[in-house]
Design a protein around this ligand. Structure first.
Ligand code: GAP
Length: 438
């Protein structure tokens, strides 16, 4: 199979708009910078990714899921270190006032926006948490934060979950949810935004077993991305060491994908020690110790191995890897096709009557297929144009209902990737799709 030949993010941005995957937020008002809305096909794709992750990360005897509130007690963020330490160094151009992350630009070079050679301001810390007020009184006691990560909702629920679910170590808690960071320089489409979605799992383990857990989860998570159709050579590990390593971690690896703008972190696997449970125990005054019935009822704070993947960055990788521009420049045969893994494709099958006259039996077939597959029906325009539209949506199979279908009770099924067509009898269509969509 040919490989993705995406050269520039603008090709993806344009397809996402043209075909209803992702729109700019508040577009009719001129748009809101770095905020994006998932359109009908985009949300189906995103839901498929989330469901696949949820299945992989909860359909196991040792992992359960939760959905914690976005607003949390403000003390949570004091305890976690986010109030005092979740900062990026920021500089302003003295001329045009543009803001930059000091660690991402060369502060001795001219400003990339206005070209001024006048220097930048001294770097100063900028806290990335969004603040807001809870309730009708606007004073500092009502200040709350939009969570910058979902993980803390899991740590503060550790004991509740462990006791109600009667879990023994090692066990994990999974969660999918929105997170918010007031990034100084968002960009590269949905790669870095101020509102995004995380899929996180905290695996609670016996202290001393963190190295094995790290290896186990690195392998599982790498293979999960491969199962989404991502090419192996587009993935690489980056080990965080020294100053890179977060204050809570004794080891950490970023799984990077080679996006159109370059290599970037898609998922982080962090060995967080007992930092989080310890700090929440101290700040809340609640005993969060685990009693180990398998080890003489010893009491201790478990260590944590975290897997944290951005849903939007995962979707961006899936779209980037699926993109093909075939027969470029050849007017007749040029096509853009999204070769999504069948498990993720937002539409699995499209039913296309050859002409309007055949609408009635074709609609019947569509309605029957729609009970089992994400199906679409399209009668408008030439058959060639309808195929091209489905190629750009990434629909694995198109079914053409023609005049012969009325006689032979069979339809033509076109394969998205090879464009090969097969005549299949109507009573075998579902089985054909089931086999082709695995
Ligand atoms: N709980 C650990 C944690 O939040 P992180 O490395 O800061 O770790 C995890 O974030 C993942 O969340 C990243 O690998 C990335 O996929 C995603 N992410 C972080 N900031 C993001 C942003 N501004 N926009 C989109 N995704 C982001």
């Amino acid at each position: 199979m040919s490989e993705s030949n995406l050269k520039d993010m603008s090709q993806l941005v344009s397809l996402a708009k043209r075909r209803g995957f992702i729109f700019q937020s508040s577009e009719i008002y001129g748009g809101l910078s770095s905020c994006w809305d998932y359109a009908p096909y985009g949300i189906e794709l995103k839901n498929n990714i989330k469901q696949k992750w949820w299945k992989a990360m909860t359909l196991r005897e040792d992992i359960v899921g939760i959905d914690a509130s976005i607003f949390m007690h403000p003390q949570v963020w004091k305890a976690s270190g986010h109030v005092d330490g979740f900062n990026d160094p920021m500089v302003d151009c003295k001329s045009c006032k543009s803001r930059f992350r000091a660690d991402k630009i060369d502060v001795t070079a001219p400003c990339v926006v206005c070209g001024s050679k006048d220097t930048f301001t001294e770097p100063r810390d900028f806290n990335l948490m969004f603040k807001t007020q809870m309730g009708p009184v606007e004073d500092s006691s009502a200040q709350v934060y939009l969570r910058p990560e979902t993980a803390q909702g899991i740590f503060v629920n550790f004991l509740n979950v462990q006791q109600t679910m009667r879990k023994k170590l090692p066990f994990g808690i999974s969660q999918i949810g929105k997170a918010f960071r007031n990034e100084i320089t968002p960009g590269n489409f949905i790669f870095r935004t101020r509102e995004f979605e995380q899929m996180e799992m905290q695996y609670f383990i016996k202290p001393g077993t963190q190295k094995d857990a790290m290896e186990q989860w690195r392998e599982l998570r790498f293979n999960w991305h491969l199962s989404n159709g991502i090419r192996k050579e587009k993935l690489r590990w980056y080990q965080q060491t020294g100053e890179d390593l977060a204050h809570y971690a004794d080891a950490a690896y970023d799984l990077e994908y080679e996006y159109a703008h370059g290599w970037g972190e898609m998922e982080g696997i962090h060995s967080r020690t007992d930092f989080d449970l310890k700090t929440h125990q101290e700040h809340s005054g609640k005993n969060l110790m685990y009693t180990d019935a398998m080890d003489n009822n010893k009491k201790y704070l478990p260590y944590v191995l975290e897997t944290s993947v951005g849903c939007d960055r995962c979707l961006l990788a899936v779209m980037s890897d699926a993109y093909r521009l075939e027969n470029e420049g050849d007017k007749e045969n040029e096509r853009v096709v999204m070769k999504f893994h069948p498990s993720l494709a937002p539409v699995k099958v499209a039913v296309l009557p050859l002409v309007k006259k055949l609408e009635e039996p074709a609609t019947k077939l569509f309605q029957d297929l729609a009970t089992e597959f994400a199906a679409e029906y399209d009668v408008a325009g030439s058959i060639g144009k309808r195929y091209r539209r489905q190629d750009e949506i990434g629909t694995p199979f198109c079914i053409t209902f023609d005049f012969d279908s009325l006689e032979d009770n069979a339809v033509t099924i076109r394969d998205r990737d090879s464009m090969k067509q097969e005549r299949i009898s109507l009573d075998k269509v579902k089985e054909y799709l089931r086999n082709g969509l695995v």
